[in-house]
Ligand binder design. Structure first.
Ligand code: PRP
Ligand code: URA
Length: 209
């Protein structure tokens, strides 16, 4: 089963509370999501392999460490995942970015795919699928399947808020995918929204509705 990591750093939790707040306006919502994405990127990259690298300081020659050539790719799920990309790129500017367009059918809650564009070398990269919300898990499972169908094998999922149902769905369908979240909330409501959650992530990010 994929490992679930809850990024419980106090700064992440503090900012997440402001993200949840219905009084937070679009500008602040976007800025806070960007900041939390940067901090969560530390967790996701925590286990990247290092290799020795010689370095000459002003005082002496030494052997430092650099990341051992593992290439990353970010794959935001449109729309709301876009809001997490720049925050991660601040730490990993060399990452390439693919896009998967999905929306949830409001009646069936099933994901509908409308766009896929990936880096040409996506199969060689560790791909981080980013989406603020993991609700039923339908969108995340579909996004991961889209990547696997194209030959990608190294995939992790990064979300701000998950419902237990979404975590279970990903762990059941894609047991090879580790999941990083800032919080696991209580449940889904009858409309498939996370409770307490933050509402509709795409609408709050882009000021629609
Ligand atoms: C939201 C969210 C996820 C999905 C999660 O997107 O950003 O992609 O719902 O729900 P699920 O786990 O039940 O699939 P939405 O479908 O609202 O599209 P949008 O980002 O374009 O608004
Ligand atoms: N998508 C959202 O944007 N919010 C939820 O709570 C569930 C799905």
């Amino acid at each position: 089963m994929g490992k679930l990591t809850i990024c419980d750093h106090p700064l992440i939790q503090h900012k997440l509370t402001h993200i949840r707040d219905k009084q937070t306006n679009t500008k602040n919502f976007r800025e806070l999501v960007d900041e939390v994405a940067t901090m969560m990127a530390y967790e996701i990259t925590r286990n990247l392999p290092l290799e020795p690298a010689p370095v000459s300081t002003p005082v002496a020659d030494a052997v430092g460490k650099v990341i051992a050539g593992r290439k990353l790719g970010l794959v935001p799920v449109l729309r709301a995942g876009l809001g997490m990309v720049d925050g991660i790129l601040k730490l990993i500017p060399a990452a390439k970015v693919g896009h998967i367009g999905l929306y949830r059918d409001p009646d069936t809650l099933s994901p509908v795919e409308y766009y896929v564009n990936l880096p040409t070398d996506a199969t060689e990269r560790l791909l981080v699928v980013v989406d603020p919300m993991l609700a039923t898990g339908g969108s995340a499972c579909a996004a991961v399947q889209t990547l696997k169908d194209r030959g990608c094998t190294q995939i992790v999922l990064m979300c701000l808020i998950a419902a237990p149902e979404g975590v279970k769905a990903v762990q059941d369908k894609h047991p090879d995918v580790d999941i990083f979240v800032a919080a696991v909330d209580e449940k889904l409501n009858e409309h498939g929204y996370i409770v307490p959650g933050l509402g509709d992530a795409g609408d709050r990010m882009f000021g629609t509705k």
